[in-house]
Design a protein around this ligand. Structure first.
Ligand code: NAD
Length: 441
């Protein structure tokens, strides 16, 4: 089967590479000519573990190619995926201009039956607009071509995207014809071995499933952050509480980690977009309003702790920031909590030296020359008054503590992800602040 994927970002590239990996012929299309030129030479625009090998292998095998021209990609294709961005508009709703632009372009070029699948995260009802855009383009050309629209939201996690795609917990597909269902069942058959399920449903439910999932995950984070903050006040330890509640199978142990707020390109925008969908239908999603409010406060938490420690004066003091990406194993800096923390420090007159194993190139775009980017985690800490652990990359988990202490101006640690043992650190002479434990006063 031949498939075209429009939008070659985190989702489109992983989808294209993984579909090619199981033998599908894939053409990835993007308007970004530089990105496509680099991909044609095997250079990836993003960091994602395991992706480089799959892209190059399938490119060399002739199953995966890249182009800026949808017109040359479409002949012979049976399925077109729309995987372009859906950034938040001014009111928080998902901006559908790129999705609808692609739908119009497909309608302007298609000459045979296609299943047009929205993989981008889009609000309920978008398939109706996609259908209209395709139809209008066909009408303008005076053409009648059969096609179906479908929804296939993506659940991959950045940092584990290849594994998530190849071994999905579930594949959700919204269709309204048998023909589209059969085509997508055929496409995904290689991924369904070993019991990975494909869930067919109506299109509106598929569109809603993606938002409901992300909003639920964001809710767990804000809930745990709220409880963690209370733990800090009452003298309880959120790490112990987390284990205590996570052992109940109705709650489950995953995704119960407090921290300095969720970020990234999905949770913030998807929570906002779902709230906005509710508004459009006259329904206020009160839980999600609170989830957002808690998250906004949580992104300030570490900075507030720092200010309190230094009696409000951080001017001309150097802080080492360990980790910049919104989570480990990705270079994605979109809505990263590190940006909020660093900007607050800079506004207060502090100096920042940061280290991240892969996200520094991306971080320059957001932070420019306002901070120093170090060559390694220890160089970042030289003469620093404190180390701020922001992203829990594995390499930060067991530092050489005596070396670190010797390099720093003062042995002070703010652990934004609760990865260190406060008792052990205090024994070694560090002052330690975490999230939601007795040390976090
Ligand atoms: P991205 O910004 O990394 O990639 C989008 C790509 O689309 C860009 O390369 C851009 O140049 C291209 N593009 C824009 N307009 C185009 C057009 N008219 N024709 C061709 N290409 C065009 O975005 P992403 O992170 O891959 O997200 C894409 C969608 O998938 C979003 O709706 C997002 O919410 C959703 N999603 C993302 C993730 C994730 O972890 N990043 C996970 C699940 C779902």
């Amino acid at each position: 089967m031949k498939v075209v994927i429009v939008g070659t970002g985190y989702v489109g590239l992983v989808t294209g590479a993984c579909l090619a990996e199981v033998g599908t012929e894939v053409v990835c299309v993007d308007v970004d000519a530089e990105k496509i030129a680099r991909l044609q030479n095997g250079i990836l625009p993003i960091y994602e573990p395991g992706l480089q090998e799959i892209v190059v292998r399938n490119q060399q095998g002739g199953r995966l190619s890249f182009t800026t021209r949808l017109a040359t990609a479409l002949p012979g294709a049976e399925v077109v995926f729309i995987a372009v961005g859906t950034p938040p508009g001014e009111d928080g709703s998902a901006d559908l201009q790129y999705v609808l632009q692609v739908a119009s372009e497909v309608g302007a070029l298609m000459d045979h039956y296609l299943v047009i699948v929205t993989k981008s995260t889009v609000p309920v009802g978008t398939a109706v607009h996609v259908n209209r855009a395709v139809k209008e383009s066909l009408y303008t050309r005076g053409m009648i071509v059969d096609y179906d629209v479908a929804s296939n939201p993506e659940f991959l996690k950045e940092g584990a995207a290849v594994n998530d795609f190849l071994k999905p917990d579930r594949i959700v597909v919204g269709v309204n014809t048998l023909r589209a269902r059969q085509k997508l069942e055929q496409l995904y058959r290689p991924f369904l071995l070993n019991g990975h399920p494909i869930l067919f449903m109506d299109i509106a439910s598929a569109e809603m499933t993606k938002y409901a999932a992300n909003a639920m995950l964001a809710t767990r984070i804000s809930y745990m952050n709220d409880i963690a903050n209370l733990c800090g006040l009452v003298g309880a330890d959120i790490n112990q509480v987390r284990k205590g509640i996570g052992s109940d199978p109705r709650i489950g142990k995953h995704f119960l980690y407090p921290g300095i707020g969720y970020g990234g390109s999905c949770f913030p925008k998807d929570v906002k977009a779902l709230i906005q969908t509710g508004r459009e239908y006259g329904y206020r999603l009160r839980i999600l309003d609170a989830v957002e409010a808690v998250n906004e406060d949580q992104k300030q938490l570490l900075f507030q702790k720092i200010l309190r420690h230094f009696d409000g004066n951080v001017s001309n003091k150097k802080f080492a920031v360990w980790g910049l990406s919104f989570k480990p194993n990705t270079d994605d800096m979109r809505e990263a909590p590190s940006l909020v923390l660093i900007r607050s420090l800079l506004d207060a007159g502090a100096m920042v030296s940061a280290y991240d194993p892969v996200a520094m190139k991306e971080a320059v775009i957001y932070l420019g020359s306002n901070i120093t980017f170090a060559d390694d985690m220890y160089q970042a800490a030289e003469d620093a008054v404190a180390v701020l652990l922001v992203t829990e990359w594995n390499m930060f988990r067991i530092p050489d503590w005596p070396r670190l202490k010797g390099l720093m101006r003062s042995p002070l640690l703010f652990d934004g992800r609760n990865i260190y043992d406060d008792v052990e650190l205090v024994k070694m002479g560090f002052t330690y602040y975490g999230i939601g434990n007795t040390a976090a006063t």
